[in-house]
Every structure is written in C-alpha cells, then in structure tokens.
Design a protein around this ligand. Sequence first.
Ligand code: FES
Length: 168
Amino acid sequence: MSTGTTLFSPELAARFDKLVTTYPVRRSALVPMLLYAQDEIGCLSDEVIAEIAHRIQLTELEVRNVISYYSLLHMKPHGKFHVQVCTNISCMLRGGNELFAHCKERLGIGHKETTPDGVFSLEEVECIGACCWAPAVQVNYDFHDNLTPEAMDQVLEQYAAKAKEEAK
Ligand code: FES
C-alpha cells in the first residue's frame, strides 16, 4: 500500500510497493526497506520510521526495535564516508585497537561522531567478516584490510580527495 507521501523518490516508493507484496509475511520486507531508505535519505529519521511503519503495517516501536538490533542501521546522519574500524579478536590481535585510536586522532572525532565538515564519521565495530585479512576497516560498502596506521592514512586521504572532487 502506497502512502502517497513525497518522503521517498518515486522510484523508491515504487520499489517499496513491490517489496511489501514479495514476501509471504509483510514484515519480512522491513530490513531491506530500512536499508534502501537509509541509502536514499542518509539516515532513518522519525519521518522515515513513521512512513515505513505505516507501509509495512507495524508500530513505530516495532520498527525502532529492529533498527536498534542492527548496527548497520542508524537514526542519525553519518558522514559522507562512514569509517568502521573492527576491534574484535582477530583485528585486535593485529593492531585493531591501535588503528581505531589512530583514526580517532587523525580525524579528531570519537566513536559514533562526525567531522564538522560532514566528510567522515567513525565507529568502532564488531567483526565485519574479514578476519583473515585483519586488521580490517569498512568505509561505506568498501573493505580495506591488512591495514597499518600509515596505510590507513592513505585510505583516508583517498576518501578526502574524493569528497573534495565531488564537491566541485
Ligand atoms: S575480527 Fe575483525 S573482521 Fe573479524
């Protein structure tokens, strides 16, 4: 059921209309809908939560409970590049904590914070499934592995340059 709202692009609204009829149980479409909405809007704001709850016929509280369960879903906007540093066991043994400390110092922000220019946000995360190549970092949907502080600096510089380029 479409709500007729303008919160989402017509393409995403149409995608949602189709998604809610794809699964035998309507609520099965919830996580994909949240991910698509987050990609388009930037975060799962109160308005986004209200509309998705309406579309999928759940309460807003039920939607919020699902969001709080998945670390990849967030209600506040991230930076253009969201840097997730794994400090779980494999990464920890290969310098994950030092890498996270290095990122904090280099970016001048802490866990779940965003740089004033909105280019980077930082988060310490649990295993991201790249243990064989520890220590690993995920930036948006891209993985970077076998990192040292020096290699991390290069990664951050590349993203900073990309942000500058795209801002022109
Ligand atoms: S422990 Fe860091 S990716 Fe698995």
